[in-house]
Design a protein around this ligand. Structure first.
Ligand code: NAI
Ligand code: MG
Length: 351
């Protein structure tokens, strides 16, 4: 645990600005006096692209590298062509900083709306985390298009899976499972059809598992996993899966455990060679931007993940308990502004 945090802040677009302000407010409130917080804000996103045509210049990538961690709001706006900011900024950061673990915890807090018909006991048992591979799979840009725009167009988007890349993310997932009370790890893939990648994942999963005798393992095809996310989410503890399956499963996980306003995530470089990046799962929400309607809770929970990653476990737990307590007292008929929710959480976590 370090006594100082040198944080890069990328508020981004739309509600990203509003929720990041609340995340920082809670972070300042939870940190003990003797932990020094330094922040540097980076102007990146749709507005910057419109103004200068830049997504992530090399100088800024280099500067970001010097921070302990990155807090990001949301990037994107319908006015920017699809793919420009996703590839040029978000994916570029994940690849450049080798964020091979994309961490998405899902917990169904008390008094939180869910589309699932769950009893109190089942609700309390819904607490799982998806470890999604972040640097391989079909997201590497390994593809191309021939005869583009003609009736004879051909497009490929090759899924890249390396033994090295799979082993390191699988090992990280075992470590996380081993540190949790239930010690259960589920591999999700589709190895009955995607036999080359699927068998490599399964073989590595089984091999690494021999080093973790206390962890119970399970395997599910991704289609079956979507059923269980809805019918029996309490069966999951830690899930490890590839980049594409993880992208889809984590949105489903967010939908069944309180929605996009609560879903937090970390893009993690476990070796610490590069800064890890923490962000709410939601986007810039142009439909409600600037109106003080955004729920900052997902960002505040992302700050908890950030603190845990930097070794500040006590403060991370304090934030999570404050969120649980705040949610327990929420009354949907009395809506609060972004700022009011941030203030309430900042007061609760204050030491
Ligand atoms: P979105 O997540 O921004 O919004 C989807 C819906 O959820 C909207 O109705 C919005 O009002 C609501 N919502 C989202 N966050 C909320 C919050 N904190 N509190 C209350 N309501 C919330 O997804 P959408 O509309 O598909 O994308 C908008 C823009 O954001 C696009 O440009 C997209 O590319 C970008 N985006 C960026 C992401 C990122 O920065 N990692 C992730 C997802 C989308
Ligand atoms: Mg997604």
């Amino acid at each position: 645990m370090s006594r100082s945090i040198n944080l890069a802040v990328v508020p981004g677009d739309g509600i990203g600005q509003e929720v990041v302000a609340q995340g920082l407010k809670v972070l300042r409130s939870v940190l003990p006096q003797d932990v020094k917080l330094e922040t540097k804000e980076y102007d990146l996103g749709a507005q910057r692209w419109h103004r200068t045509g830049e997504t992530l210049p090399d100088a800024e990538l280099e500067s970001l590298k010097g921070h302990d961690a990155i807090l990001l709001g949301a990037i994107g706006d319908p006015s920017v062509p699809s793919g420009v900011l996703e590839r040029g900024l978000l994916l570029k950061l994940r690849f450049a900083f080798d964020h091979y673990v994309n961490l998405r915890p899902s917990k169904l807090f008390p008094n939180t709306a869910t589309p699932l018909a769950v009893g109190d006991e089942q609700r309390g048992a819904i607490d799982f985390v998806v470890v999604r591979e972040g640097t391989e799979g079909p997201y590497t840009g390994n593809g191309g298009s021939l005869r583009t725009g003609t009736p004879a167009e051909v497009a490929t988007e090759v899924s890249v899976n390396t033994a090295y890349g799979v082993e390191r993310v699988v090992r990280d997932a075992y470590e996380r499972a081993n540190a949790r009370p239930r010690k259960k790890l589920t591999l999700v893939h589709k190895n009955n059809v995607l036999v080359y990648a699927g068998h490599m994942w399964k073989n590595i999963f089984d091999k690494v598992g021999q080093e973790y005798p206390d962890v119970t393992t399970d395997y599910l095809h991704v289609d079956a996993a979507t059923i269980f996310f809805v019918t029996q989410p309490e069966r999951f503890d830690v899930i490890v899966t590839d980049n594409l399956f993880g992208d889809i499963l984590t949105d489903l996980a967010a939908a069944v455990t309180g929605g996009i306003g609560l879903a937090a995530s970390g893009n993690i470089n476990p070796t610490g060679e590069f800064p890890s990046m923490f962000e709410p799962v939601h986007g810039s929400a142009p439909d409600i931007a600037g109106q003080g309607k955004a729920d900052p809770t997902a960002t505040v929970l992302s700050v908890a993940l950030l603190l845990r990653h930097l070794g500040h476990e006590t403060e991370a737990v304090r934030i999570e308990e404050a969120v649980a307590a705040d949610l327990a007292e929420r009354d949907a008929s009395v809506p609060r502004t972004t700022d009011e929710i941030g203030d309430a959480l900042a007061v609760r976590v204050a030491s």
